[in-house]
Write a protein that binds this ligand. Structure first.
Ligand code: SAH
Ligand code: SF4
Ligand code: F3S
Length: 456
């Protein structure tokens, strides 16, 4: 068997694409390795969202140089968003690269490798495919994880002025329903998974312009027997409507957790970002979702230091965060991306001001996240197990509640990574829930159960 090493940077789309890349190689005699030095093929799935993400790639490739010198047969492929954005220019600064392929080429690596060896020259392929060939994912190989990632759309038709994604992923396309059903059914019934995460840049824009929209998709998937939890990332506030809120109320398998990026609490900044909503509309959406499902946990993304962001604008963001009390959040300093509309705005905020704002924001976000977790002390929670390990003679399980909170639970036996367990939450460490295994309390003479891993 040949060895393939895959390094994934970036978001849920890249994680999902890396699974497709791996699956495309397994019929050609490749198996995944965790050791760079023994790899015959190294694939780096890249991200362009911020300048830092691109720097990471450059230093990573720099570290591969000595490995390539020692094994000239080694092939190195750069995939994903940075490959799409920079294209053949990558070869100039990184001559050890053999293949540059965009997000629409995730199934084409075997062919590209052959072309590379046949021509004796590096190969660059980054055309957007007009059709959704990427969605034919039969025989996909999956990560050894409890949640199965299923792409339901690709690309993005929003044109947020700071964002590189429309350039790297092309226009929005929804995956045909049959193909989604087939993959979800396969993961649940053949792989034994209990949780599915639908992934896309704007999942709630699914089926745009057709009668079969995202809430309808959720209702349809909920009919699949033995699907226990259904999640999705990412949703756009513009398409977060009452039908979607009702799904959290009316569909038991839809997990009460919503990632809804706000980006800023200032209407002036939101307008310059072209986010298509005001902070009042965003607040109303949150209220609507909370009314429909009071248990809903919320997370968000926020950018600080967008061009022209005044102190008052930033205070509006702090105020919004204070009012909404997110369960957790990702926050970033604005990073200017080539050719995006925001490059025409003057990046007029000094770096130390941006850093100070990020610090203040993260402090506030951390407070609400900690408080949200603390509120769960004393409750019983169902966990989906992600990891089980032994330390100093005791067993621990790490898993997630249906509200996506990371939990670490003491137990006296090992669990498989997609088992369900009931736990009593007794304390927290920052946002992590700590507690004990209720299965043991209710069955004091409990005999260790044999858990079989699904054949992944
Ligand atoms: N499609 C999703 C998220 C896309 S990227 C959405 O629309 O919400 C993930 C996050 O990265 C964004 O929500 C945003 O907060 C951040 N981001 C995107 N471009 C950025 C940039 N140029 N600088 C800093 N952060 C950025
Ligand atoms: Fe980027 Fe906006 Fe599309 Fe999200 S919705 S991927 S932030 S352009
Ligand atoms: Fe990065 Fe591309 Fe995702 S730019 S965030 S990997 S869509």
């Amino acid at each position: 068997m040949k060895q393939i090493y895959i390094q994934t940077f970036g978001c849920q789309m890249n994680i999902s694409d890396s699974e497709t890349i791996l699956s495309s190689m397994t019929p050609h005699g490749y198996q995944q390795t965790e050791t760079l030095e023994t790899a015959d093929l190294i694939v780096i799935n890249t991200c362009s969202i911020r300048e830092k993400a691109e720097q990471k790639l450059r230093s990573y490739v720099g570290r591969l140089k000595p490995i390539k010198e020692h094994s000239p047969h080694l092939r190195i492929a750069i995939a994903g968003c940075m490959a799409q954005r920079v294209g053949k220019e990558l070869l100039r600064s990184m001559p050890i690269i053999d293949i540059v392929m965009g997000p629409d080429q995730v199934r084409d690596l075997p062919e590209l490798l052959e072309a590379r060896d046949y021509s004796g020259k590096p190969i660059v392929r980054t055309e957007f495919e007009p059709e959704d060939t990427q969605f034919n994912l039969d025989h996909r190989t999956y990560r050894d994880k409890s949640s199965g990632f299923v792409p339901i759309m690709k690309g993005c038709d929003h044109k947020c002025t700071y964002c590189i994604v429309p350039f790297t992923r092309g226009t929005e396309k929804s995956r045909p329903l049959d193909s989604i059903l087939e993959e979800v059914g396969f993961l649940i019934h053949r792989k034994g998974l209990k949780e599915i995460t639908l992934v896309g840049q704007n999942v709630n824009g699914y089926g745009r312009g057709t009668a079969f929209d995202f809430p309808k998709l959720l209702w349809r998937l909920a009919q699949i027997p033995r699907l226990h939890r259904l999640r999705f990332i990412t949703s756009h506030p513009k398409d977060a409507n009452q039908d979607l809120a009702n799904c959290f109320r009316d569909i038991p398998v839809v997990s009460p957790y919503l990632h809804l990026p706000i980006q800023s609490g200032s209407n002036a900044v939101l307008k310059r970002m072209k986010r298509l909503y005001t902070h009042e509309e965003y607040r109303d959406s949150i209220a609507m979702f909370r009314t429909a499902q009071p248990r809903l946990a919320f997370s968000t993304d926020i950018i600080v230091g967008f061009p022209g962001e005044t102190d008052e604008d930033f205070q509006d963001t702090l105020k919004l965060v204070e009012d909404i009390q997110f369960d957790f959040a990702y926050s970033f300093i604005y990073s200017e991306r080539p050719n995006t509309p925001a490059t025409r705005l003057k990046d007029d905020i000094p770096l130390d001001v941006k850093k100070k704002r990020l610090f203040l924001l993260q402090k506030k976000l951390q407070e609400s996240a900690n408080a949200k977790s603390l509120k769960l002390v004393g409750t019983e929670q169902e966990l989906l197990v992600e990891k089980s390990y032994e330390k100093d003679g005791a067993f621990y399980v790490e898993g997630r509640t249906d509200t996506f909170k990371i939990s670490r639970i003491a137990t006296d036996r090992s669990y498989a990574y997609h088992d369900l367990m009931r736990a009593k939450i007794t304390s927290t460490y920052e946002t992590t829930l700590l507690g004990s295994d209720l299965t043991l309390e209710t069955h004091p003479t409990h005999q260790s159960t044999i858990h079989t891993h699904a054949s992944l």
